[in-house]
Each structure stands twice: as structure tokens, then as C-alpha cells.
Design a protein around this ligand. Structure first.
Ligand SMILES: [Zn+2]
Ligand SMILES: [Zn+2]
Length: 194
């Protein structure tokens, strides 16, 4: 069973628990923000990869995904910003060892209520209906798009020996891994024959 701890904080005092019924979502009520135009309202959500559907074939997010941020009504719309903290597990592309990494991803997004009369076709704006903003699709997108192309355990990872397959992070295997350019190799042969 999953349980969303969605708590709205105002001046660091918990004032409202957001809709515990709405599991799988990170919903922020706009009413309080509207009443406090320009004043950021802090929030914190605890979720996980399964709830967020943040699934990828090359890695996974283990345990809690914590989302902390602020929500503010700007008058023309809403702004939501903050950080996502998570633990990513993967197999290193270079040494093939299982590895995990603590990550923090920043987000800063504009939201607008659909049909409010402002630029509806603005691609930089996320639209919502009603009085609640579900930020979970945006959080999922940030989490997945903010990943590096390669999963490397450590920037200094030495990878595997191309000859014997030993993990070079555990020490040198002693193989001669000098790669000679084939053209140079041909020249070398010529020189030997002479
Ligand atoms: Zn590695
Ligand atoms: Zn080797």
C-alpha cells in the first residue's frame, strides 16, 4: 500500500493535509495561494517511482522520491519551483557493476488555469483545470529528462579490460592493451620484412 504524505506548509506550520484520498498524485490546492498573492507556500511530497510511473529500462529509482518546493500565485498564473531528491540505481556502462547515486533535480515551472484568457498556446506553461494542480506528471518528466545519457558509477571509472574483461577499478590485470592503428601495423610489417 502506498500513502501520500501531502502536507502544505505555511510559515513552516502544517496547515492542511492535501487530499489523502488522491494517492498517486501530488496535488496542490490553488485557493490558499490565491488568498496570498505573491507569497510562496511551501510544500513537501513523498512518492516513489511506481506511483510516479518514473520507469526506465536502463535504471530505477529506489525508495522515496522526495519533492520539496514552493507554490505561488503570481496574478497572471502560478509558479511552482523546488527540488526532487532521489536515489538512482543502475549498472555502470563502463565496468558493468551495480551502482547507485543520490540525485537532486531542480524544477521551476509556470502553471495556468485553462481558459483563464492568457496565452493558451504558450508551450512553456502547464495547464490545469479546477482548483488543484497535480504536479506529478511534471515531476516525472523532470526526473526522466534530467538524466545523463550514460550511466557511469564514477567519473574516474576505468571500465573493463578489453582483453580479459577484468574490472580495472579493482587493479590492473597486466594485459597489454596497446592498440596499434592498422595502417601503422601494416607499415611496421613492411619495416620488419626489410
Ligand atoms: Zn563503473
Ligand atoms: Zn586484462
Amino acid at each position: 500500500m502506498f500513502f501520500v504524505k501531502g502536507i502544505l506548509l505555511t510559515n513552516n506550520i502544517a496547515v492542511a493535509i492535501i487530499n489523502e484520498v488522491d494517492i498517486y498524485m501530488m496535488k496542490i490546492n490553488i485557493i490558499e495561494a490565491n488568498e496570498n498573492l505573491g507569497s510562496p507556500i511551501s510544500f513537501e511530497f513523498v512518492s516513489n517511482a511506481q506511483e510516479l510511473d518514473a520507469v526506465h529500462e536502463n535504471y530505477s529509482f529506489d525508495g522515496d522520491i522526495i519533492v520539496k518546493g514552493e507554490f505561488v500565485a503570481t496574478g497572471r498564473g502560478y509558479r511552482v519551483s523546488g527540488q526532487i531528491s532521489c536515489t538512482k540505481s543502475f549498472v555502470c556502462d563502463r565496468c558493468l557493476e551495480q551502482s547507485s547515486q543520490q540525485q537532486v533535480h531542480d524544477f521551476d515551472e509556470a502553471y495556468q488555469r485553462r481558459g483563464q484568457g492568457y496565452a493558451e498556446d504558450d508551450q512553456d506553461v502547464n495547464y490545469f483545470d479546477g482548483e488543484q494542480v497535480d504536479i506529478s506528471p511534471m515531476i516525472r518528466d523532470v526526473l526522466l529528462s534530467d538524466q545523463p545519457l550514460n550511466n557511469i558509477c564514477n567519473a574516474d571509472c576505468r571500465g573493463l579490460c578489453l582483453k580479459c574483461g577484468a574490472n580495472l577499478n579493482h587493479g590492473d590485470c597486466g594485459c597489454d592493451r596497446t592498440v596499434i592503428d592498422p595502417r601503422l601495423a601494416a607499415l611496421q610489417q613492411l619495416l620488419i620484412k626489410k
